[in-house]
Design a protein around this ligand. Structure first.
Ligand SMILES: [Fe+2]
Length: 342
């Protein structure tokens, strides 16, 4: 929204407790401004999975710079300070803040050694020291910086007399990274019926409670070939035990594409389907699917990919989102959820 920056993300839904390191929180951002000069941000609550829907984010982090375009995602670990600017104007998207554990690639099981998201395609920044050389020595700039931190859902700030981006070199296993979703190697049925959408998982955060369950799975339904024969092509209308949050990611980079004009997708729009709530393709899509042939066909070619955040945690939806749904209906937000006081 006009006048908002990276520190103005709004909570869409949450479960658990950051102070107990359980559960997650899902934010939506729709921003038009760079963060202030000499201002940095970090979440002390959890790792941030950033899912741009539209626009690009230039993210300066303590461990280097990440330019994250639409159809790319980024992960910034808990406590890593960063500053977000907008190289192409406004940006919209989603943040999944994970209170427990870390995001990782899913176990591939019988798939074998590769496909889905491959390790080789994740991009990690190199150090980018934001200071100057004085008499042959590296010095952090000496202006005053404001560091904004989110702790237990609340923002705090402090100042310091030097840049937080003062890392000249680093190594280790705790770092931000990005991934181009166009590199996701989609697998699917080559004959009939539908594998579970967990086959589209890009990143997962396993639960400690029970093997095979996840605090959250991040999955995408991107362009792909559909080659199933003599079977129904749409996902089944269904209920399940996971709670699902979904929304569009625009992969068409052409600014003339209708999706990039900001007219079709409303800011802050998302779908939330609580555990055991019925959901699936609408009736008109069902009728269309019944009439079409099942010859091999490239599907989801409209210019946007649907992402899914599937969590075993029952999500509480923010009051503002419930009110938007009650006021504007499905055009702005589709919510099959639990009201809460956020
Ligand atoms: Fe579902």
């Amino acid at each position: 929204m006009d006048g908002q920056d990276w520190t103005d993300a709004r909570v869409l839904a949450h479960s658990g407790d950051a102070s107990m390191k359980t559960g997650l929180k899902i934010y939506i951002f729709a921003i038009t401004k760079d963060m202030k000069n000499a201002q940095a941000f970090s979440s002390l609550d959890g790792d941030m999975l950033i899912i741009p829907q539209q626009g690009a984010l230039d993210i300066q982090t303590e461990l280097g710079n990440l330019l994250v375009r639409q159809n790319e995602i980024a992960v910034i670990p808990r406590g890593i300070r960063h500053r977000v600017t907008l190289p192409t104007g406004q940006a919209r998207g989603y943040i999944c803040e994970l209170f427990q554990g870390h995001f990782r690639l899913p176990e591939l099981g019988p798939i074998g050694t590769c496909s889905l998201a491959n390790v080789r395609d994740f991009q990690v920044p190199v150090a980018a020291f934001d200071g100057t050389l004085q008499d042959g020595r590296a010095c952090g700039n000496n202006r005053e910086w404001q560091v904004v931190s989110r702790l237990d859902g609340h923002l705090f700030s402090c100042t310091q007399n030097h840049t937080p981006f003062d890392v000249a070199a680093w190594n280790g296993t705790y770092y931000p990274y990005k991934y181009d979703l166009a590199r996701f190697c989609v697998l699917g049925s080559a004959l009939y019926d539908h594998p579970d959408p967990s086959l589209f998982t890009v990143l997962t955060a396993p639960s400690y409670r029970e093997p095979g369950t996840g605090v959250v799975d991040f999955a995408i339904i991107p362009p792909r070939w559909n080659v199933m024969e003599n079977t129904y092509w749409l996902p089944y209308y269904h209920r399940n035990t996971m709670t699902e949050v979904s929304g569009p990611i625009i992969y068409n980079q052409d600014e003339c594409c209708v999706w990039n004009k900001g007219l079709e997708f409303q800011p802050y729009a998302a779908t939330v389907a609580s555990a055991m709530a019925c959901h699936g393709a609408p009736e008109d899509a069902h009728k269309k699917a019944e009439e079409q042939t099942t010859a091999p066909k490239k599907v989801s070619t409209e210019g946007f990919t649907v992402f899914l955040l599937e969590t075993e945690c029952p999500l509480r939806v923010a009051d503002w989102a419930i009110q938007q749904f009650e006021t504007n209906g499905v055009a702005t937000a589709t919510v099959h959820g639990t009201k809460s006081n956020l």
